[in-house]
Write a protein of this length. Structure first.
Length: 106
């Protein structure tokens, strides 16, 4: 709030740049810190809830279908044979069945 120009240095658009922009507020007073905190919580909850619900629903369907679950486990195991040595995102992204189940739906 004290130095909104710091938002200009971000490598991507930041929602607070818009929320603090006097032109976007159309003559209304700028939002308070409390309002910005409430907005941040709302945005976070909205994004988390929809993503979480989608992933939970998909996981339930996979667990109800043992053949799909086993195919997924077998494919992931090809790049993740040792659990404490996680593969890179790029390796997981190349797994066709995993990508069709999760990655492309995100």
């Amino acid at each position: 709030m004290q130095t909104p120009e710091l938002l200009d240095d971000a490598p991507h658009r930041v929602i607070y740049s818009v929320l603090l922009n006097p032109e976007a507020n159309k003559g209304l007073p700028p939002p308070t810190v409390s309002r910005l905190c409430n907005d941040a919580q709302t945005i976070f909850a909205a994004g988390s809830h929809t993503t979480g619900t989608t992933l939970m629903t998909g996981t339930c369907h996979i667990l109800r279908n043992p053949e799909v679950k086993q195919r997924l486990v077998d494919e992931v195991h090809t790049v993740w044979p040792v659990l404490d040595q996680a593969p890179s995102y790029e390796q997981l992204e190349k797994l066709p069945f995993l990508a069709s189940v999760f990655i492309r739906q995100m």
